[in-house]
Design a protein around this ligand. Structure first.
Ligand SMILES: Cc1cc2nc3c(=O)[nH]c(=O)nc-3n(C[C@H](O)[C@H](O)[C@H](O)COP(=O)(O)OP(=O)(O)OC[C@H]3O[C@@H](n4cnc5c(N)ncnc54)[C@H](O)[C@@H]3O)c2cc1C
Length: 419
């Protein structure tokens, strides 16, 4: 949408082809339906929040920054507010208002929007120095959803030919495919011999090995630290909220961590995760706290030891991990056992074995290789008249509004750069 707006504002006759029956299906579910569409951080900080190929985004992010985006939305009637961590949302808390503002801008700019219109092929012709784009083939209405009309190189594939001097591919990645991001952009690239990097689900929940993790399903831990390492190398370290699920772990800390593990996990590596359940206490402070617990609970069975120390769902799991008999009297705990409990609370560990799939991933890591694209214009290097924008490119960032800003910035650059 942003690419089309920028292209039309630059004076080009612009058609936006969207295979869905409406615009912005994915936008609608962003930020839990509230649409965290950018971040108030200094634009320079966006690069630290970008996981893959941050340098590629220099022209895009500086050319159309978060401040430019906010001005753009204000001009199109969207009121916004800032929340914790600089996250910016529509004032109404409705992500659909972001799409409404974009729709207004599309109309103002004179973009012709064609819904239920799926591009199945990018058509090229021989040029003097490089091949150039001559248009696209599209299938419409019900046929857009028909698998029979997959992306194809077959010139006789049917559908309607739309002539165009320039095409911007902004088809998204593979995450939440029900929203329309089904990976067509990667298939176009493949058909055109443009390199793509392997796609992995990222910002995604993690699967774990230990049997006792699913027992805590539904439990959310706040204010904990999570450290993840592969062999001796620490790959992630963060503080915040984590959620146990029937398959492993999720929640903000885990989603952020996942983006650093995707490739390794796909290659069959396993990672050790450690939660510090009491990050505000030193080992000595915690040991003193446990001594008070022991004095108070002296006559009770060990099965009651963790009461008041950790949430209820976790008490049995922790007691199980100590391997201390549940019937032992708390008063009989030895100093060594107490120290082991301190270590357990400061370092509750488990093994990460995999990620969940694309249907649960907020973002796709991988995509069109950045070396195929000119970062100052978003032009494909191999063809005249072709550009890429958004998640289809091999760039991804952490949560907080950074991914949508990347989509808007690269979209704006792609649209405004068309000669
Ligand atoms: C659950 C969830 C929550 C998220 N929350 C946030 C958030 O709060 N903040 C944030 O910054 N990011 C968030 N993201 C990430 C963000 O939504 C994406 O990074 C962003 O939408 C990418 O924009 P895009 O335009 O590149 O792709 P998309 O938004 O995926 O749009 C691509 C469009 O192209 C259409 N299309 C695909 N192929 C074809 C074809 N062949 N012909 C015609 N049309 C086609 C699709 O139907 C789709 O409408 C979230 C993602 C998910 C899944």
């Amino acid at each position: 949408m942003m690419a089309a707006i920028a292209a039309a504002e630059a004076g080009h006759r612009t058609v936006l082809a969207e295979q869905n029956e409406k615009l912005g299906k994915k936008l609608y579910i962003t930020g839990k339906g509230r649409g965290n569409f950018t971040n108030a951080a200094d634009i320079g900080d966006f690069f630290d929040k970008t996981v893959s190929n941050s340098k590629f985004l220099y022209s895009a992010l500086y050319g159309f920054s978060n401040q430019s985006l906010l001005t753009f939305f204000e001009e199109n009637g969207l009121k916004w507010k800032e929340e914790r961590g600089g996250r910016i949302f529509p004032e109404s808390d409705h992500a659909s208002d972001v799409t409404k503002a974009l729709t207004k801008a599309l109309q103002r700019a004179g973009v012709e929007v064609r819904l239920n219109t799926r591009v199945v092929r990018i058509v090229t012709e021989k040029g003097d120095s490089a091949d150039r784009i001559s248009g696209v083939r599209v299938v419409t209405e019900r046929r857009a959803k028909d698998k029979q009309y997959g992306v194809t190189q077959n010139a006789d594939a049917g559908g309607e030919f739309l002539a165009a001097d320039h095409i911007i591919v902004a088809t998204g990645g593979l995450s939440y495919p029900a929203t329309g991001s089904t990976g067509d952009g990667f298939r176009f690239a493949e058909a055109l011999d443009i390199e793509t990097k392997t796609a992995y689900p990222a910002l995604v929940p993690l699967e774990t090995a230990e049997d006792d993790i699913p027992q805590m399903q539904g439990l959310a831990l706040k204010n904990v630290t999570l450290t993840i390492s592969g062999g001796k190398k620490k790959v992630y370290d963060g503080f915040g909220e984590l959620l146990f699920t029937h398959f492993g772990v999720s929640g903000p800390l885990v989603l952020s961590a996942s983006s650093r593990l995707t490739k390794g996990l796909a290659e069959g590596k396993q990672y050790k995760a450690v939660i510090d359940l009491k990050p505000a206490l030193t080992e000595q402070m915690l040991d003193e706290r446990l001594q008070r617990q022991i004095a108070e609970y002296r006559k009770k069975d060990f099965s009651h030891f963790f009461e008041g120390l950790v949430p209820r769902k976790m008490q049995k799991v922790l007691a199980g991990r100590t391997q201390i008999e549940p019937e032992r009297k708390i008063g009989s705990l030895t100093k060594d056992e107490r120290r082991r409990i301190v270590s357990l609370l400061k370092g509750f560990s488990f093994t990460v074995t995999g990620t969940r799939g694309f249907s649960e991933a907020i973002i796709t890591q991988g995509g069109i290789a950045v070396r195929e694209i000119d970062p100052t214009t978003m032009y494909a290097k191999k063809y005249k008249g072709l550009s890429f924008a958004g998640e289809v490119i091999d760039v991804d960032a952490l949560t907080g509004g950074f991914n949508l800003q990347i989509a808007f910035s690269t979209g704006y650059l792609a649209g405004s750069s068309i000669a």
